[in-house]
Write a protein that binds this ligand. Structure first.
Ligand SMILES: [Zn+2]
Length: 391
């Protein structure tokens, strides 16, 4: 953040200098145009074939001299502007480290399938944002073979969300009706929440048409079992229809927070239904990377200073624990109590028959033939009986 502020300060300097120079240039040029116009008028007013008077010659010479001087000054100011602009570049170089080779695995994107996966994730990110043209261009240029059937769910989601942001519930209501069974399986409250919003909107916007609202209220009967308390509240608001719900004890029903909530609930439930994560994996990775990079660069520097850079050789594991905060906690991780290493795909945690869990590498190290003694309770067992644990 400090780096951004430092660069921002330099950019501000350039902008103010640039604006100052522009104003000055425009004013000077306007002045010259004005005085040259005057001289021309004066010359035109004189006899057309007579000689130019000496006073006029000297006025002309003086103006030419002034123009030359001003042009020279302006070019100097322009040069000065250049140096301010190049200072911004230097400030960026100084404030942002661009040398990341020490903290990434070069081979990570070497394989063709890894590159394709990365491109797919980028493509999906743009689809989630509704940027169809960019996603399509990437799909074509990177030969990703994502067909329009795969793109459609993202676009539909985006269209419905955009409508919800404009307080239009219809697309979301139709979507919910089309996916009702699966949403019920998920125990989703989306259906009710959408209808509740629709109802409160109707109550607030049709104060003189209670019949229409009551007609709509009949549709809510199907929620009676699960949401009886909320329905009672909604029905109570009908009493204040004429005088205006916004000045009644039910005014809280019109809180805009319900619109923010419905966008979140819709995104969460629709993503779950489509088997997608709520957030774009790309933006999550970038956010996590931005948090993890500074401490990683620091530790790398310390390791280089103390000449122990060879210690960080296991690229599957970070040299320090990095806490990315609750928002980035998705599942538990397992560190082997024997080898003190984080488990991985090649070295998964295994559960011994006594219930203790160690890593598979540790199990192999502790085994002699077909016997292994649990390092925690001395139960002897066959290493083949250990079962892989999946978190
Ligand atoms: Zn044990």
């Amino acid at each position: 953040m400090e780096s951004c502020v430092a660069v921002d300060r330099e950019v501000e300097k350039v902008l103010s200098k640039f604006n100052g120079l522009q104003d000055h240039c425009v004013n000077t040029i306007d002045d010259f145009i004005f005085s040259i116009e005057n001289i021309r008028k004066e010359l035109a007013a004189g006899p057309s074939d007579g000689p130019v008077q000496s006073i006029q010659t000297s006025v002309l010479e003086q103006s030419i001299q002034r123009v030359l001087e001003a042009t020279w000054r302006m070019s100097q100011e322009h040069k000065d502007l250049h140096s301010t602009v190049s200072k911004v570049g230097r400030t960026i170089d100084r404030n942002f480290v661009s040398e990341f080779s020490a903290v990434f695995t070069e081979s990570a994107f070497e394989k063709e399938e890894c590159v394709e996966l990365l491109n797919q994730i980028i493509c999906e990110h743009f689809l989630r944002q509704g940027k169809l043209d960019i996603a399509e261009a990437l799909n074509e240029e990177a030969c990703l073979n994502v067909d329009s059937a795969e793109m459609e769910p993202f676009l539909e989601l985006h269209r419905i969300l955009e409508a919800l942001k404009r307080r239009n519930l219809q697309p979301a209501l139709s979507w919910v009706a089309a996916h009702k069974d699966r949403l019920d399986e998920q125990n989703s409250g989306l259906d009710f929440k959408l209808h509740r919003l629709q109802f409160t909107e109707m109550v607030a916007s049709n104060p003189h048409d209670p019949a229409r609202v009551l007609q709509y209220a009949k549709q809510l009967a199907r929620f009676a079992e699960k949401h009886s308390k909320e329905l009672q509240v909604l029905m109570g608001s009908l009493l204040y229809m004429r005088q205006g719900v916004h000045t009644s004890p039910y005014a809280f029903l019109l809180d805009p927070i319900y619109w923010d909530e419905i966008c979140d609930v819709f995104t969460r439930d629709a993503c779950a239904l489509m088997g997608m994560s709520v957030e774009s994996p790309l933006s999550v990775s970038i956010r996590a990377g931005c948090k993890a990079l500074p401490p990683l660069l620091n530790i790398r520097q310390v390791m280089q200073q103390r000449q122990v850079s060879g210690v960080w050789t296991n690229k599957d594991e970070l040299p320090v624990e990095i806490d990315l905060g609750n928002e980035h906690r998705y599942h538990s991780i397992f560190a082997c109590p024997i080898l003190r290493q984080q488990s991985s795909d090649v070295n998964p945690p295994v559960r011994l028959i006594c219930g203790h869990v160690i890593s598979r590498d540790a199990l192999h190290k502790l085994s002699t033939g077909n016997k292994v003694k649990c390092p925690y309770c001395p139960v002897e067992q066959n290493p083949d009986d250990a079962k892989i644990v999946v978190f």
